[in-house]
Design a binder for this molecule. Structure first.
Ligand code: COA
Ligand code: MG
Length: 326
């Protein structure tokens, strides 16, 4: 282990994170009643320019009046390049500072973006005698943000998570795609001809690099990496596939842009019964191995070692937070 230890961000369930436009008040109660881990009330791109002021008022009222049932509450503010952002931060924090857990920063581009917001939030928290400290979640969704992802991840002690905003990232990098978060029929490889001269086209994941890049930066700074939206909410199999591959790369959760995606994300990012049973067997086997003075042993014909203990403990830790394991 390095002598440098990444301090982990405050631990929260973040399997699913539901986007709720601040202009659609009729959705607030429905979001609060569902099984989602984090709700972000959106003032940014799901709200039309003419509706921004009213959406901000809706959000302040809802944070104070809706029973959010203990969910983690986040506010997606407008970008730092707009004239809406300062009011988003000042009005909502002054109006509901202790009701909010997180601020989501869209299109984070540099460490200075985070620093500037930290300064503003710190002043408001001090002036309003806030009882808790607001955390930050940054969306990495521009070429600039991805180029500076390490610096952004380490820019503030408030930082909790990085999110991959696939649609804006595609736009910013001028990727040749218009869908939100799926694969692309032109992104793949053509195999060499086999003995019969037959070739296959094999689809690949156009977002692999970006997500991996973000995961590494997040984990190196003790933050949660979260995969962003999958736009086709009538395709649960497509959502599950995208969520599974993000989970395998190290993401801890995924956005839901529709309530039907919440259960899917909870299922993919929560430990299954089989995974928990396997994790317990790994830990038992390693206890036995250590008693016998061994660092690595075989379980079911496969190597397990110290890294297997850490993997098993990650799963069991989440199960404990969900109240499904001792
Ligand atoms: N939060 C809470 N409830 C929601 C919801 C959300 N984000 N989206 C839809 N619902 C509710 C609907 O009101 C409806 O409730 P009902 O059964 O009581 O009528 C139910 O879930 C089914 O919704 P449906 O009719 O299938 O969808 P819709 O046409 O009303 O809305 C979207 C579809 C995509 C416009 C809507 O889901 C949405 O605005 N999502 C968030 C988009 C967003 O914020 N994007 C920015 C981040 S990428
Ligand atoms: Mg975006």
């Amino acid at each position: 282990m390095s002598f440098t230890i990444a301090e982990p961000a405050p631990s929260r369930l973040n399997r699913s994170e539901l986007a709720v436009p601040g202009s659609r008040v009729e959705l607030f109660e429905k979001a609060a009643k569902g099984p989602v881990d984090v709700i972000f009330l959106d003032l940014e791109d799901a709200v039309a320019p003419d509706a921004k002021d009213q959406a901000r008022k809706n959000v302040i009222q809802a944070l104070n009046e809706v029973d959010w049932r203990g969910k983690t509450m986040s506010l997606r503010i407008n970008g730092l390049d707009t004239h809406w952002m300062y009011r988003d931060v000042i009005d909502v924090l002054e109006g509901a500072v202790d009701k909010l857990d997180l601020i989501m920063i869209p299109k984070a581009g540099t460490a200075a973006d985070i620093y500037a917001l930290d300064m503003l939030v710190t002043q408001i928290e001090t002036a309003t005698r806030a009882k808790k400290r607001i955390g930050f979640e940054m969306i990495i969704e521009t070429a600039l943000g991805m180029a500076n992802v390490e610096a952004i991840a380490g820019a503030s002690k408030r930082n909790e998570s990085l999110h991959f905003g696939v649609a804006d990232y595609a736009a910013s990098t001028k990727a040749k795609t218009v869908n939100i978060g799926g694969p692309h029929p032109q992104y793949g490889v053509l195999t060499d001809k086999d003995a019969e001269g037959k070739r296959d086209f094999v689809w690949a994941d156009p977002w692999h690099y970006a997500i991996s890049r973000m995961v590494v930066a997040a984990r190196a700074h003790g933050l949660r990496p979260i995969d962003g939206p999958f736009g086709d909410f009538s395709d649960p199999d497509g959502f599950r596939a995208q969520a599974n591959r993000a989970a395998v790369l190290g993401c801890e959760g995924k956005w839901a842009i529709h309530p039907s995606q919440v259960a899917l994300a909870n299922e993919v990012f929560g430990p299954s019964k089989e995974e928990l049973a396997k994790a317990k067997r790994v830990l038992d086997a390693m206890v036995e191995a250590q008693a016998a003075g061994k660092g690595a042993v075989a379980l079911d014909g496969k190597l397990i070692d110290n890294a297997s203990i850490k993997q098993a403990e990650v799963l069991l830790g989440m199960a404990r937070r969900l109240g499904i394991a001792a």
